[in-house]
Design a protein around this ligand. Structure first.
Ligand SMILES: C[S@@+](CC[C@H](N)C(=O)[O-])C[C@H]1O[C@@H](n2cnc3c(N)ncnc32)[C@H](O)[C@@H]1O
Length: 410
C-alpha cells in the first residue's frame, strides 16, 4: 500500500507527475479503497484586466510548478541541494589543479544523482502516507474549510493518482487548467450565467467557473467520482461568487435521460431540469475526447441538450492533442484528436435540427492564472448553438434527427 504500482493500463496525468516533491501526502482512502491525495493549486491572479496578469515563464513553471501540500519539505530539500551544490563547488575548487581525466585524457564529469529517482526509473517514486482513513465524504470538510477560509489564492483539490482509464476523472488534467485560465481571463462573459460542465471530474473547472457564474451544474458519472467532486466543491466554497451556486449532478453521455430518481444520489429535481433547459447559456468540457465511443456519446449529448435549450448556447471545449505511436499506423498519430475534429465538422454540418452550430478555434494566448505547463498541444474550441425554431421542452432529450456517425476509415 505504500507504493503506487503502474500496470499496463495505468494512466497518470502530467499534472500529478510534475508535482515538485518526491513525497506526497495521502489524505485518506475513498469509498472503494483508492488513495486520495490533496493538492493545493496556486491561483496566480484572477480578474479581467488581462494585461496585468503576467504569464508564467517556462523556467518559472519548472522551478515552481503546482503548489503542493509539502511546501516545507520542498524548502528543506532545496536547502540541502544548495548545501550539496556549495560543497561540490568547494571540492571542485580544491581539485582545480588536478582535473579528473579518463584513459584517453578526456575530462570525467560525474553527475549528482537526482533525489527521488530510483535506479533504472525516470519517474519520481511516490510514497503515500495515510493521514486518516475515512469513507465519510463530509467528515472533515469543516476543518479544511477553516484552514483555507483566508486563502483566496489557493484551490484545494482532492484527487487520486495513477488510475485505470475508467477512473481518469479522479485525476486533474491540463485541459481543466486551460479552460480555467480562459474563464478567469474572460470573467465578465460568464458573470451571472447558468453553466453546465460535462465530464467535470474532480470539479476544478466548475469551481473556477462558480467564482463568477450564478449557477454551475457540475456533471459526470459514478458515485465515487461525483462524491469527490462534491467534496472539492465543499472544500472550495469560500471561492464561490457571492450569489454563486455549484451543484454536482449525474449526467451520462451514454444515456438519453437525465436521472431524476429521488432515491439516487446526485439526481436532478424537476426544477433543476427546467432551470437547465431554460437558463443555460454556456456549456464547458475539459479533456473529454480520448475514446471514440465516448466522443460519440459526448457530441450526441451536446446536440440533444442544445436542441432542448431555450437560449442560444456557447460551448467551450479544451483538449490536449495527444500523440501516440500506434501499430495500426506504424507511426505517431493522434487518432482521438482527429476523431474529435471529425465530430466538430459533423456537428457544424447538421443543418436540419432546431439549432445551428458554428465552430471556431480560440487562440490560447490569454494569460495564465494557474500554475501548470501550458504546452503547445493544448487547444480550446468554441461552438455556438443558435436556435432556428422553437425548442422542444422537457426533462428528456428530444430525438436526434441526424446523429454524428463515425468517419469512414478509408
Ligand atoms: C480525462 S477526464 C477529464 C476530467 C476533467 N474535466 C479534467 O479535465 O480534469 C474525462 C472525464 O469524462 C468523464 N466521462 C467519461 N465517460 C462519461 C460518460 N459516459 N458520461 C459522462 N462523463 C463521462 C470521466 O468520468 C472523466 O471525468
Amino acid at each position: 500500500m505504500d507504493r503506487i504500482v503502474f500496470h499496463h493500463d495505468t494512466v497518470l496525468s502530467d499534472i500529478h507527475l510534475l508535482l515538485p516533491n518526491t513525497q506526497h501526502l495521502m489524505a485518506r482512502l475513498n469509498r472503494v479503497g483508492q488513495p486520495v491525495f490533496t493538492t493545493k493549486f496556486k491561483i496566480l491572479w484572477k480578474g479581467e484586466a488581462t494585461d496585468t496578469c503576467e504569464r508564467v515563464s517556462a523556467s518559472e513553471k519548472e522551478e515552481d510548478d503546482v503548489g503542493s501540500v509539502h511546501e516545507e519539505e520542498e524548502e528543506k530539500e532545496e536547502e540541502e541541494e544548495e548545501e550539496a551544490a556549495a560543497s561540490g563547488e568547494a571540492d571542485e575548487e580544491e581539485a582545480e589543479d588536478e582535473p579528473d581525466l579518463d584513459d584517453d585524457g578526456d575530462l570525467k564529469v560525474s553527475r549528482r544523482p537526482k533525489a527521488g529517482l530510483s535506479e533504472g526509473s525516470r519517474r519520481a517514486e511516490v510514497f503515500p502516507i495515510i493521514l486518516r482513513q475515512s469513507s465519510a465524504v463530509q467528515e472533515d470538510a469543516s476543518d479544511d474549510e477553516e484552514d483555507d477560509r483566508d486563502q483566496p489564492d489557493i484551490i484545494r483539490i482532492e484527487h487520486t493518482m495513477a488510475t485505470s482509464l475508467q477512473d481518469v476523472g479522479k485525476q486533474v488534467w491540463r485541459g481543466a487548467f486551460l479552460l480555467a485560465d480562459y474563464i478567469y481571463s474572460h470573467a465578465s462573459v460568464f458573470r451571472n450565467a447558468t453553466v453546465l460542465e460535462l465530464g467535470a471530474g474532480t470539479g476544478l473547472t466548475s469551481i473556477i467557473m462558480a467564482t463568477t457564474a450564478k449557477m454551475v451544474y457540475s456533471t459526470d458519472v459514478g458515485e465515487d467520482l461525483l462524491s469527490m467532486c462534491q467534496r472539492n466543491a465543499t472544500l472550495n466554497r469560500h471561492l464561490l461568487a457571492a450569489e454563486g451556486e455549484l451543484k454536482v449532478r449525474q449526467l451520462d453521455w451514454l444515456k438519453d435521460d437525465l436521472c431524476t430518481e429521488e432515491d439516487e444520489e446526485f439526481s436532478w429535481t424537476e426544477d433543476e431540469v427546467a432551470d437547465l433547459y431554460d437558463n443555460t447559456s454556456v456549456i464547458i468540457a475539459a479533456d473529454v475526447c480520448y475514446d471514440d465511443d465516448l466522443t460519440d456519446g459526448f457530441f450526441r449529448t451536446v446536440y440533444r441538450l442544445c436542441n432542448s435549450m431555450t437560449k442560444p448556447c456557447t460551448i467551450y471545449l479544451s483538449l490536449e492533442k495527444r500523440m501516440n505511436f500506434t501499430l495500426r499506423h506504424m507511426d505517431v498519430s493522434c487518432d482521438a484528436y482527429d476523431y474529435f475534429r471529425h465530430c466538430l465538422r459533423q456537428l457544424e454540418a447538421l443543418g436540419d435540427g432546431p439549432h445551428r452550430f458554428h465552430v471556431e478555434p480560440l487562440a490560447t494566448s490569454f494569460p495564465q492564472c494557474l500554475q501548470y505547463e501550458r504546452i503547445e498541444h493544448l487547444e480550446l474550441w468554441k461552438v455556438t448553438s443558435t436556435p432556428t425554431v422553437e425548442p422542444q421542452r422537457g426533462g428528456k432529450y428530444p430525438p436526434t434527427p441526424t446523429q454524428p456517425s463515425r468517419p469512414d476509415p478509408t
